[in-house]
Design a protein around this ligand. Structure first.
Ligand code: OGA
Ligand code: ZN
Length: 374
């Protein structure tokens, strides 16, 4: 860093960096982020922002070797900032985040051969392999772990390498097979058109893990499609439909004897930059549309357009899982489905669980701390 200038009228300290660029740090931001205000053990903010006036101002600013010192007017307090920390946290841009790795939208031409694959024992034994697998799974939103033990614990064991499991009304893990008295279409032998799981939840589960224990029945192939690709193509082709699907929420509902879980969601969800961050689409648990009559017409047009896109051969990638494989996908981005199967021709059994996005991203950051990725 070359110099620090106190700019009283702008109420900022301007820092000029070695590369010639400069950053304005507002006084109140500097006061709020004084390193002494963070608990030495927990790193949590212990400082009470209301203990200083909103117009807190430096009396003096000094730039030393890698340190910016500020004496505060009206307080017997000096803040000492590491200049590297100031650069990394400079206002006006998000701080670097090793979990913020890029998404790569994909379509049918990726083919099943393009789905990233990793060996279960590599992920279980090696942090480097785990980090690499997480990055690839975030990039594509989809991957396959192969070589799992023929045990109902094997899928969870891999999922727990990332973080704790997300429990839902279907349990901490769930058995996907044809069952008597099913409370979910997944527990029949019927086809499941492309969908995301549990948009009726306050927070739909993040990453989904489906460990294939047996897939001997005729039929039962899996299908996946990238919701980000579908939504971005819709934005380009039909901006009005995209606008409705990303702003008008619809009710989703699951109910059985034990629960009645409802939530409104927009089918397409955007982040603050306007990029598609999420898709919530499940025709089976969509509730009764309750928008005003004048909205229903245009909304149905937009919704049917999205629905038609989920059946467009441009998007799906198909494969039939084999015993010992586990498919892993971001349930809030990648839609999944399956073909009908005939239980009289053989056994089909998948074991599922979820790990939310927050735990997934946390693991990426912890692995990056140890030098694995970022
Ligand atoms: C599910 C599901 C797919 C399958 O359980 O949510 O979509 O292949 N299962 O059975
Ligand atoms: Zn599902």
């Amino acid at each position: 860093m070359t110099d620090a200038t106190l700019r009283a009228e702008a109420r900022t300290v301007a820092l000029r960096w070695d590369d010639g660029t400069s950053t304005e740090f507002p006084f109140i931001w500097l006061r709020d982020n004084c390193p002494s205000g963070f608990h030495p053990d927990t790193g949590e903010r212990a400082f009470d922002l209301l203990s200083v006036p909103e117009d807190a101002s430096p009396a003096a600013v000094r730039l030393g070797e890698g340190v910016l010192e500020i004496d505060w007017a009206g307080e017997a307090h000096t803040s000492r900032f590491d200049t590297g920390w100031l650069r990394a946290n400079r206002p006006g841009r998000p701080a670097d985040d090793p979990a913020d790795t890029p998404y790569l939208p994909w379509r049918a031409d990726m083919g099943a051969a393009g789905i990233p694959r990793v060996a279960a024992d590599a992920v279980l034994r090696s942090d480097a392999a785990l980090a690499d697998w997480l990055r690839q799974t975030r990039r594509t939103g989809l991957s396959i772990v192969e070589g799992l033990a023929d045990s109902p614990e094997a899928g969870q064991e891999v999922a727990r390498r990332i973080g704790f499991l997300r429990e839902t009304n279907f349990g901490r893990t769930f058995q996907v097979k044809s069952k008597p008295n099913p409370n979910n279409l997944a527990y029949t032998a019927d086809a499941l058109p492309l969908h995301t799981d549990l948009p009726n939840q306050e927070l739909p589960p993040g990453f989904q893990f489906l460990h294939c224990l047996a897939n001997e029945a005729a039929g039962g192939g899996s299908v996946f499609a990238d919701g980000v690709a579908i939504a971005e193509d819709l934005r380009a082709a039909d901006p009005d439909a995209f606008a409705l699907l990303s702003t008008v929420s619809i009710p989703f509902r699951f109910h059985d004897d034990d629960c009645d879980i409802r939530r409104r969601q927009t089918v397409i969800r955007l982040d603050e930059t306007g990029a598609v961050s999420e898709v919530c689409y499940n025709a089976h648990i969509a509730g009764i549309f309750d928008m005003a009559p004048e909205v229903l017409g245009p909304y149905y047009r937009a919704y049917r357009r999205f629905m038609a896109a989920t059946r467009d051969p441009r998007y799906p990638v198909e494969l039939k899982l084999s015993a010992g494989e586990m498919v892993v996908f971001d349930n809030r981005r990648v839609l999944h489905g399956r073909a009908a199967f005939d239980p009289s021709t053989g056994y089909r059994h998948l074991l599922g669980c979820y790990v939310d996005r927050g735990e997934f991203e946390s693991r990426m950051r912890i692995l990056a701390r140890a030098g694995h990725g970022g």
